[in-house]
Design a protein around this ligand. Structure first.
Ligand SMILES: Cc1cc2nc3c(=O)[nH]c(=O)nc-3n(C[C@H](O)[C@H](O)[C@H](O)COP(=O)(O)O)c2cc1C
Length: 171
């Protein structure tokens, strides 16, 4: 698939079959995140690949109910900023790590799409429950969870998006 096809076919899956995700696919998806670009190459992330049934059940308990039939989860945790990242954040008045995590997540879902693995990015979850399940410290913020699996209905839905002129200006 071309990148154009991947971008057009990717969609949030909210009906999974419950089938597992092959470890080879999961590794390739994670590599998509690991190789992502980041501000001053800070790589402010750690990806927890949740595949054990016991941990999956604990993570699922912290997510919206549809995600319990996913075959694996990737929990995206922000790591402490390096000194150059701290300086860049301060000088530019941005939070670059959260942008970086968004980009890494985008690369992972597109990689998943290329492998025929359905996905949903989740920002709405019980952070404390996942933190306890993974044994993380309170200061380790869980920014996103990616639910991965097999779609009950892989048909591509029409995209609901703002009009071109509302979001793009040629100047
Ligand atoms: C940062 C982020 C957080 C999201 N959080 C959730 C979520 O908690 N639950 C959910 O069902 N979808 C979530 N989504 C999916 C969006 O709702 C979805 O991308 C958007 O409606 C566009 O639909 P599409 O992904 O099918 O193209 C999230 C997406 C992003 C990028």
């Amino acid at each position: 698939m071309t990148v154009d096809q991947l971008v057009k076919n990717r969609q949030s899956c909210r009906k999974f079959t419950g089938e597992p995700v092959a470890s080879k696919s999961l590794n390739t998806i994670l590599e998509g995140g690991r190789l992502a670009p980041s501000a001053v190459n800070g790589q402010p992330w750690h990806f927890y690949a949740v595949t054990s049934p016991t941990l999956q059940a604990k993570v699922a308990d912290a997510l919206q109910s549809f995600a319990s039939l996913a075959g694996a989860y990737i929990v995206v945790v922000e790591t402490a900023p390096t000194l150059p990242v701290k300086a860049a954040n301060r000088l530019k008045g941005h939070q670059f790590p959260q942008m970086d995590i968004g980009i890494a997540t985008a690369q992972m879902v597109l990689q998943a799409e290329a492998l025929g693995i359905a996905q949903c990015i989740l920002g709405w979850f019980n952070e404390r429950k996942i933190r306890v399940a993974l044994g993380l410290k309170k200061k380790q913020r869980i920014r996103l969870v990616i639910a991965l699996g097999h779609a009950k209905n892989p048909e591509v839905r029409p995209k609901k998006r703002k009009a071109v002129e509302a979001v793009i200006t040629y100047v």
